[in-house]
Every structure is written in C-alpha cells, then in structure tokens.
Write a protein that binds this ligand. Structure first.
Ligand SMILES: *[C@@H]1O[C@H](CO)[C@@H](O)[C@H](O)[C@H]1NC(C)=O
Ligand SMILES: *[C@@H]1O[C@H](CO)[C@@H](O)[C@H](O)[C@H]1NC(C)=O
Ligand SMILES: *[C@@H]1O[C@H](CO)[C@@H](O)[C@H](O)[C@H]1NC(C)=O
Length: 487
C-alpha cells in the first residue's frame, strides 16, 4: 500500500485488515482500535473507536467477574464493535488510496485461505469447544487445526467485500448489521441495531509530555497512555546508572506499584469527569511519587492498590510512510478470540471488551472500558520513534522497558525490545520474564521483593519504527514471531 503511494494510515488499515485473518485471536472487525496519527507536517491526532457498553446490559454483570484472570468468554461481555468506524474516520482524514483498495488483498487471502501459523496453533486449544468460534478453527472431526493446515474465512471475505464496496455504513446499518445483531442475539447477547447505528469514532488531540529531548504523544483516557507517562516520568527523575541495575529495577517495580494503584482513575471521560489523570503526565506528580519510593518495599496499602484483573491479547502496528506521515495503532478484541462468539452469518469474531470493567463498581451504557493500550509517537528535532505494544496489562511494561533500555541505557532498538522484562501484576507482585538476569532477581529479593515464580504465560509484544536523520530502523518483536518490512 505504501509503495502504491498510500499514506501511513492507508498502510496501517490494510495491515490491520490482514492481521484480522493472520492473527484472528488478537483483533478483527468485531473489536476496536486506537490510532495515534502524525500527518506529514508533524501534527498528531488520536482516533479512537474503542468498543462501548451496549444500551441493554446485565445490571449485575460485574458481580460475575472472576477473582483471577481467566478467559472470559460468552455473549454478556461483548461491547459494541468500533473497528470499522475507526478505519472510516482515519481514512477520511488521512487516506490517499481508495477505501476499497485497502481491503482487496485481505479479501483474496481470506477467500483463498492461509496456513495456520505456529502461534495460532498454540492458541487454538484455549477455545471453549462448546462456543461457536471453535468451529472455525477445527476440522470436520472436531479436532483443532494445527500448523500448516489451511484455514479459509469465506464468510468474512464476503463481509469485507460488502464493506469495501459500500463503506462503513454497510457494517453499522446495512445487511451486515442485521446479520451480526441477529447472530449475537441468538448467542444470548444484548446488542441491538440501535447500538450499532449510534456508534461513533472520535478524533481528539493527543496528550503530550516531555521525555529526554522528545515530545511523547499518547492517547488520553480511557486509553492507558497516562499510566505509561507516569511510569516514565518517575523513572526519568533518577540518574540512570548502568552499574546500578538492581537499584534501577527496584525503583521501576516500586514505581509500577504506584501506577497500578492509580489505574482505578482511568475512566471514559465522557461518563466520569476526570480530575486527576492529567496530573499523571506532569512532572510535579511524578516528583511526588518519587518521594514515596525508598530503598525498601512496603505493604499493600502503601500503594493504594484496588484489585483489578490483568488482561492480555491485542495487536500493535507502527507504520512510517514516505511522505513522513506515521501511525502507531493498537487494535484488539481483548482476550484471545475475544468472547469466543463467532457470528456465523458474517464471519466476525466478537470482542469481550466489557470484561475490562472487572474491578470497577459501575458500568454505563455507551461507556468505553478502561484500557492499557498506549500507541505512542515520540518526536524530537532530529528523531522520531513510533512505538506501541500488545499484551493487555503487559503493554505498559513492554513500552516503558523498551524506551528505558533504548534511550537511557543505549541499547539498540532491537536489543531493547528483546530484553526480558519485569512485569508487576494486578496484585502488585513482580513477575520476571524467562532469561531475566538471575543476579538482579536475587538483588531485588534483598530489597524485600517477593516475586511470583510462575512462568509468564502471556507477554508483551512491542513493534517500533525509529527515524534518526535519514536512517530508519524498524523492529517487530520476535516474541510473536513478527517481522518488520520495508522497501
Ligand atoms: C497536518 O495537520 C495540521 C492540523 O490539522 C494542518 O494544519 C496541516 O495542514 C496538516 N498537514 C498536512 C500535510 O495535511
Ligand atoms: C464452555 O462454554 C459453555 C457454554 O457457554 C459453558 O457452559 C462452560 O462452562 C464453558 N466451559 C469452560 C471451561 O469455561
Ligand atoms: C493513597 O490514598 C490516600 C488516602 O486517600 C491519599 O492521601 C494518598 O495521597 C494516596 N497515595 C497515592 C500515591 O495515591
């Protein structure tokens, strides 16, 4: 798409559509996306099409939230899909190629079929066999598909073709809407045609904070940009000394615990007036948190942690085009295979985004759930860095660790992304990725940290593009077997 003269947004939309069949467990038409877009003169805007709570929802839904992470399948967690409205708005503002052109390669791929990847093979067994999505990923004998098997998405190809030819309205009020809603209702969901018809994507200014000589552009709440900003603002106040890595990680874990404690303030600002999160991106607030971080750990109360559920899933894409336009976009159906509900008539896999409210006390019709998603654009006089991550609650640590390793400790972008991370989970317990330096772990135990020794099942996946003068470097995280591409 870029070689045909498309903008970064054109490239991103085409690649997102393609990802919806290559990694259908992560994102697709049944989900939502948040774009951070820079146009060729350097202006940055946010486009959000995160899902919303349908008008009719179970009033006591949050009572059925589990205490610990599990795949929350089922129709009650389906939010109103925003993905296509997001593409429509992004394309209207920034697209250069015809809308239908962006869909054509994926329509062909979906219709002709593609091989199951080793990554997808690994995830298919999590599907609940009694839920409708399993049919798509199993053979005639009910056995899960494995690497190399051909999977076709014929219904989805038809749906994509209609959207390509007739635009987003075909999804939100046309025949696709009717089919989708009747399938969701048949599966026991409450979405209505009115929910779809009234869905709007939004455009807004990015939030900006300084980091080294960069300006960092992030999406405001309900996205997780403010949490990333706070973590980075706390860390930038420490002198980074590569010889004191254990101390640096101790501070990082402590900072992360406060960030987790403040996560409860991330809301949809259209529903809950937001008085505090703007301070997260200001140095003064980070300075205050730094005064609370000492050379030891503290009890749970010290960090004001309110329990929530860790999350996982998602996909991220960073695209730089020849004209200088750039996109950092994160898209998701939430957990693996979302709600695990497939709409048989349209081939669309529905999200389970409403489960992101677990840990909260209220939900409202039309509300967007809080998120960790933080597609970022960093800009200085001579450099530009597009970065973002997938992995639910791992997103914050994925991006922050990469930026610190790259910008504080001088690792190359590739090494910075590859470096094993420490993640602080929803009960404020550190978890270390495999191959994390054992000497540092031992040192952290001496600081009083108790870590969760369980092997990390989920992980961060960072995709970044950096432009330094005339030199461009793009890295796709090997954790999800991705590769960067360019010409
Ligand atoms: C970029 O966006 C700004 C603000 O909307 C606008 O003034 C400018 O003309 C845009 N540049 C291009 C090349 O579209
Ligand atoms: C699978 O889905 C069925 C139907 O919704 C449900 O009754 C069952 O509890 C689910 N199984 C698991 C392991 O979640
Ligand atoms: C924790 O909560 C107390 C009581 O509401 C408040 O005074 C304090 O500022 C909070 N600390 C943080 C770091 O949020």
């Amino acid at each position: 798409m870029l070689q045909r003269g498309g903008s970064a947004v054109d490239g991103a939309i085409a690649a997102l559509l393609c990802t919806s069949v290559v990694n259908p467990q992560s994102m697709g038409l049944g989900g939502g996306a948040i774009f951070t877009v820079m146009n060729s003169s350097g202006d940055v805007q946010i486009i959000s099409s995160r899902e919303t709570v349908p008008k009719l929802f179970k009033p006591d839904l949050l009572k059925s939230c589990p205490k610990k992470f599990r795949f929350m399948s089922g129709p009650e967690w389906i939010g109103v899909p925003g993905e296509i409205r997001g593409y429509e708005l992004a394309h209207r503002l920034y697209g250069k190629l015809p809308w239908a052109t962006l869909f054509q390669p994926t329509i062909k791929l979906a219709r002709e079929g593609l091989q199951i990847s080793p990554l997808l093979e690994k995830y298919i067994p999590v599907i609940n066999k009694s839920l409708s999505v399993y049919k798509l990923f199993s053979d005639a004998n009910g056995k899960p598909l494995t690497t190399g098997d051909i999977i076709k998405f014929e219904k989805l190809a038809d749906t994509l073709e209609v959207i390509a030819n007739y635009g987003a309205n075909a999804f939100y009020s046309g025949t696709i809407a009717k089919d989708l809603i009747s399938d969701i209702q048949e599966a026991g969901g409450t979405l209505t045609l009115q929910d779809l018809a009234s869905f709007r994507a939004s455009q807004s200014d990015a939030w900006v904070f300084p980091f080294q000589d960069f300006e960092v552009y992030i999406p405001p709440p309900p996205a997780g940009g403010a949490l990333l900003a706070l973590l980075l603002n706390i860390m930038k106040g420490y002198k980074s000394d590569a010889n004191e890595k254990t101390l640096a990680y101790h501070r990082y874990i402590e900072a992360f615990k406060f960030v987790n404690g403040l996560r409860k303030y991330i809301h949809d600002p259209n529903i809950t007036p937001d008085k505090i999160t703007k301070s997260f991106i200001q140095d003064r607030f980070a300075d205050h948190i730094r005064t609370l971080i000492s050379d030891r750990t503290h009890g749970e109360k010290y960090y004001n942690l309110t329990s929530y559920l860790d999350s996982m899933g998602t996909t991220h894409m960073s695209v730089l085009a020849e004209d200088g336009s750039a996109v950092s976009v994160t898209s998701t159906i939430n957990h693996l295979f979302g709600s695990q509900i497939l709409s048989p008539k349209t081939g669309i896999i529905l999200n389970n985004q409403i489960s992101d409210f677990c840990g909260r006390t209220e939900i409202h019709a039309g509300e967007q759930p809080p998120s960790s998603v933080s597609p970022a654009v960093l800009k200085s006089q001579s450099r530009m860095l597009l970065i973002g991550a997938s992995g639910g609650s791992f997103i914050t640590t994925g991006i922050a660790s990469t930026l610190m390793n790259h910008l504080f400790f001088g690792k190359s972008l590739k090494e910075a992304i590859e470096s094993p991370v420490v993640f602080v989970n929803s009960v404020n317990q550190p978890q270390f990725e495999e191959k994390f330096d054992q000497k540092i772990i031992d040192g952290l135990i001496a600081f009083g940290h108790k870590y969760d020794p369980k092997k990390m099942v989920f992980f961060n996946v960072v995709n970044a593009v950096e432009k330094d003068g005339d030199c461009i470097c793009a890295v796709s995280d090997a954790r999800k077997m991705g590769k960067a591409a360019g010409y």
